[in-house]
Design a protein around this ligand. Structure first.
Ligand code: TGC
Ligand code: FAD
Length: 397
């Protein structure tokens, strides 16, 4: 007979294939054995270990849903489950993986030439090359269409573009060997994607200072990209896309990953709060877990995590069937991030004063989830995307 499992209340595992369950297992084992023991020090010291990308690459976790080019070619659900396991440990570790896989690799895979794919994807999949994705600028975040970064043709060298402008809040930029940078072509005013290789930049034309002293996502590395007439060969421009469709196609993939990932972080908060509430006793020796108000907090979190996971699985299946729309992805990105943030914040209360100690891990998740709700389209922006689809009227401007 059926048994209720608080860790998977709506039996999402029933929806996964044997292969997907095996991939989730591999990812969970790696994350719990290798990432979890490092996260506290990494977060304290803002010290992202570059070797993590290679470790993930060795296990086939990078660009996992891409077919060929050294990638595993797994389903979108399996790829989502990997994301969920990584974010169960820390959103910053998931961030480092997302920009490599969903943003840099997806852009090259979807819109690159055969030659670009063969040149860049295998080493990105192995993690020997680190990638980043430069869309956001100091003056244009939610509205990337107004970006100021330009690419102009070199006045004397044929087949070379010169990129100028600044990108900010770019995950992995200080350590990335390669950046997928979005810039407006001066001649057309249209947004194009450029694969910028650090080693091919001339001195001083490409700088990537780290943004230090962050209040969240401290286990990932974030920086700027300053380009001052940075030369990029024309063969590094993505040929097959023009306009915002390029970056947004990558974002569709990353946002879907976040919808899974945020549920991993929330499940970790729930498991930790449950355990703490069973051990901590107040008032006549009763464990906190015995009190109704505490139970309600746990019940709310378990419910939102279960609903959010099912919704993410549904959209991932639709994506593989070619039936997912960007609005569906906006809906689950927004809802799962909002619910993860609200519940983690409430669960933080269960720890009392101990929540202020980083050794309980809850405050780290809460701080991270604020950023997860903000990047890849802040939740209110996704509400406006949905509002536009519901009413036919856009409310951005
Ligand atoms: P809009 O008029 O809506 O669209 C312009 C063109 O883009 C196409 N498009 C899409 N294509 C594919 N997928 C989507 N999701 C798409 N959304 C739009 C659209 O069809 C149109 O094509 P065309 O051919 O007609 O030109 O553009 P808008 O300027 O009005 O956009 C407004 C808005 C709010 C929807 C958009 O700008 C937005 O989503 N803003 C949020 C910005 C954002 O998400 N930034 C993310 C930066 S990367 C990041 O945060 C990484 S964090 C990584 C980590 O560490 O995990
Ligand atoms: P703004 O656009 O200034 O928005 C501020 C607030 O105003 C938000 O609440 C927003 O919802 C609201 N708002 C804006 N416009 C409207 C409107 N029309 N109507 C109503 N409300 C509105 N970017 C990358 O390109 N690559 C990365 O790898 C990357 N990594 C990141 C890592 C971290 C740690 C962080 C913090 C950010 C990262 N980002 C990255 C940037 C991120 O995508 C942006 O911060 C995000 O898109 C929001 O842009 P903004 O910060 O400029 O906020």
């Amino acid at each position: 007979s059926a048994v209720f499992n608080w860790e998977d209340p709506l039996a999402a595992a029933e929806l996964f294939t044997e292969e997907e369950l095996a991939i989730q297992d591999t990812a969970r084992q790696y994350c719990q054995d290798r990432l979890a023991p490092r996260v506290l020090e990494a977060y304290r010291n803002e010290d992202y270990d570059r070797r993590i990308l290679e470790e993930m690459g060795d296990l086939g976790l990078l660009g996992a849903s891409i077919e060929g080019y050294g990638c595993a070619g797994v389903s979108t659900v399996a790829s989502g489950l990997i994301t969920k396991e990584v974010e169960r440990v820390d959103s910053g570790y998931r961030s480092g993986m997302s920009v490599q896989s969903s943003l840099a690799m997806t852009g090259i895979y979807e819109f690159g030439t055969e030659e670009q794919k063969q040149r860049f994807l295998p080493s990105l999949a192995k993690g020997t090359v680190a990638g980043c994705f430069g869309l956001t600028e100091p003056n244009h975040g939610s509205d990337p269409g107004s970006m100021e970064t330009v690419a102009r043709e070199h006045p004397t060298q044929k087949g070379v573009y010169l990129l100028s402008g600044s990108k900010t809040w770019i995950t992995n930029s200080p350590i990335a060997d390669l950046a997928l940078v979005w810039a407006k072509l001066e001649s057309t005013g249209k947004i194009r994607g450029f694969i910028v290789e650090r080693e091919r930049a001339t001195p001083g034309s490409y700088e990537t200072p780290a943004i230090k002293n962050k209040s969240a996502l401290r286990a990932s590395i974030t920086g700027m990209i300053h380009m001052d007439n940075c030369p990029v060969p024309a063969e590094n421009m993505l040929p097959d896309v023009e306009g915002l469709k390029g970056p947004f196609t990558c974002l569709n993939s990353a946002r879907l990953g976040i919808a899974f990932g945020a549920m991993g972080a929330l499940e970790d908060c729930l498991a930790r709060a449950r355990e703490y509430s069973l051990e901590r006793k107040q008032f006549k020796g009763n464990p906190l877990a015995k009190y109704q108000l505490i139970q309600m907090k746990l019940a709310n979190a378990a419910t939102d995590a279960a609903y959010g996971t099912l919704a993410a699985v549904q959209v991932a299946r639709l994506k593989d069937a070619g039936k997912a729309t960007p609005e569906m992805i906006s809906m689950i990105k927004r809802q799962n991030c909002d619910r993860a943030l609200a519940n983690s914040r409430t669960l933080q209360e269960v720890f009392g004063g101990n929540a202020a100690s980083d050794e309980y891990h809850i405050a780290r998740h809460v701080a991270n989830l604020f950023v997860v709700q903000t990047y890849e389209g802040q939740s209110d922006i996704h509400a406006l995307i949905l509002g536009r689809a519901i009413t036919g009227k856009q409310a951005f401007v």
